[in-house]
Design a binder for this molecule. Structure first.
Ligand SMILES: [Zn+2]
Length: 490
């Protein structure tokens, strides 16, 4: 159009601004890439790409349609698309809706950089489909165990984040930030990739930690809060991935939930506490890297009552059988030295009412530099890679065996003190949630209210800036095209 052929001063300023940002971004990225290249890269001989991993999984499903089925859930929020693939296992496919079975929900790859967890998902599927067998496990016992189970596995909960990692951002743990802030003005469209630099614009972006986006104690920030690591999102369940997971958990109603992670960071303050627990032998640091956690993450205590004691007993069993008594055990919040708010496991336990809700940390290299993320979160040599997958797949099948018996014991107890959600769908419509939980709804509604107010305030500021900008440029354009009029008094 002819209007696009002339450049007003405002257009010139916009072009100048965009060029400067582009140059700045290029400089930052090239410096960053240079630094990154000196760290450990993904070992492609050991690790599948997300595409290959999915192909392998589809292969299992294709070869064992009697046992496995696969579904992909897709959703979108403000232009940000996410999908989650779920594999369902039942030894006899016809019993897939059998509610008498022991239901297990397992999630891997909630954090993009923890590739080893998705490799473990693949290994567990290979055993479930009976293509591979665990050493030292009797086939008859395995089959007897599997007969009682219905398992849903999410091999890569955070596919978008994982893709960022595969593209070279090896430290990324949050979900994809593929939504960019688009500044559209007249004939020009500027796309600013790294919205993080402009605080006002961050409301449009992603980069949310999917293990901080759940509603239990959501949004609370500790003194050492780092948005790069723990961004909880603009509200609970703001992220499509979390929305899918929430729906899945509420429809499936699992008896057991395990959220599988790697690369646990332990604060210096808690190291002495840990050694107090595992004993005086400081020669091995494996106890700092592998853990079996139960609720809560948002406070440093475990829930009250017998079901909680049963959970702990299960973990102690696993620790003895598979961790040589060196894994950390306890509440997530009480063990690692920091509290985590809005986590999946706390939600599963408190709101969904999953009687056995766990978070496992399956590997970590505490000696790696904190910027050498691949090494910090994933084994880098064949021997360790194989050891981790062997040990932890065996641990999972022990858990599968223990679970149904444990449930019987819990059910035979007088009263299980798990209060259920009253109403949570309101969250997805952006309203305040009113729920009755043991933590008191007043505090949560108040906290959430403050978050909403902050979000609206940011949106208000953003729209004011944009309106002022457009208003000023209109005036400037009028001055250019109609100079005589602009000098007239109004
Ligand atoms: Zn993690």
């Amino acid at each position: 159009m002819a209007r696009g052929l002339y450049l007003s001063s405002s257009h010139f300023i916009l072009i100048l601004l965009a060029s400067s940002l582009q140059v700045f971004q290029t400089l930052v990225y090239s410096a960053d890439n240079h630094t990154r290249s000196s760290f450990t890269q993904i070992n492609r001989h050991l690790y599948h790409s997300s595409v290959d991993l999915m192909e392998e999984i589809k292969g299992f499903v294709h070869r064992h349609p009697d046992k496995l089925s696969i579904e992909t859930f897709k959703t979108e929020n403000k232009g940000y698309k996410a999908e989650i693939t779920v594999v369902t296992y039942s030894r006899n496919r016809r019993e897939i809706d059998d509610r008498s079975k022991f239901r297990i929900l397992l999630s891997f790859g909630q954090h993009g950089r923890e590739l080893i967890t998705s490799e473990l998902a693949l290994r567990i599927l290979s055993v479930l489909s009976e293509e591979k067998f665990l050493p030292k496990m009797d086939h008859a016992i395995l089959r007897d165990t599997l007969d009682r189970l219905l398992v849903k596995i999410i091999p890569m909960e955070n596919l978008n984040g994982r893709k960022l990692v595969e593209a070279g951002d090896l430290c990324e743990r949050r979900n994809g930030n593929s939504v960019t802030f688009v500044l559209s003005y007249s004939d020009f469209t500027f796309i600013w990739k790294d919205i993080g630099l402009l605080g006002l614009f961050s409301v449009a972006g992603r980069g949310v930690d999917l293990n901080r986006n759940w509603s239990v104690d959501w949004g609370k920030k500790e003194k050492d809060y780092d948005p790069y690591e723990e961004n909880p999102g603009i509200s609970p369940f703001s992220e499509p991935e979390t929305q899918i997971m929430r729906k899945l958990s509420k429809s499936f109603e699992p008896h057991m939930w395990v959220n599988v992670h790697s690369g646990m960071e332990v604060t210096a303050n808690s190291v002495d506490e840990i050694y107090k627990f595992v004993g005086p032998d400081r020669s091995s640091n494996s106890c700092l890297d592998e853990a079996l956690f139960m609720p809560y993450d948002h406070k440093n205590t475990t829930p009250d009552g017998l079901p909680s004691q049963k959970m702990r007993l299960m973990l102690e069993n696993l620790n003895h059988l598979h961790c040589h008594d060196r894994c950390m055990i306890g509440s997530g919040g009480g063990s690692v030295g920091y509290l985590a708010h809005g986590t999946a496991t706390d939600y599963m336990y408190d709101i969904v009412g999953v009687p056995m809700a766990f978070t496992f940390e399956i590997y970590g290299d505490g000696t790696a530099s904190s910027r050498d993320c691949f090494k910090m979160f994933n084994p880098t040599d064949q021997k360790t890679y194989t050891r981790v997958l062997d040990d932890w797949s065996a641990a999972f099948f022990s858990l599968f065996k223990l679970g149904p018996n444990q449930l019987k014991e819990i059910h035979s107890m007088p009263a299980v003190n798990i209060e259920k959600l009253v109403s949570i769908d309101a969250y997805l419509e952006g309203y305040l949630m009113a729920r009755s939980s043991r933590y008191g709804k007043k505090t949560e509604v108040l906290d959430l209210g403050m978050q909403e107010i902050r979000t609206y305030f940011r949106l208000f500021l953003l729209s004011s800036v944009l309106l002022m900008f457009m208003f000023c440029t209109r005036i400037s354009k009028s001055q250019c095209s109609r100079p005589n009029i602009s000098t007239m008094p109004l």
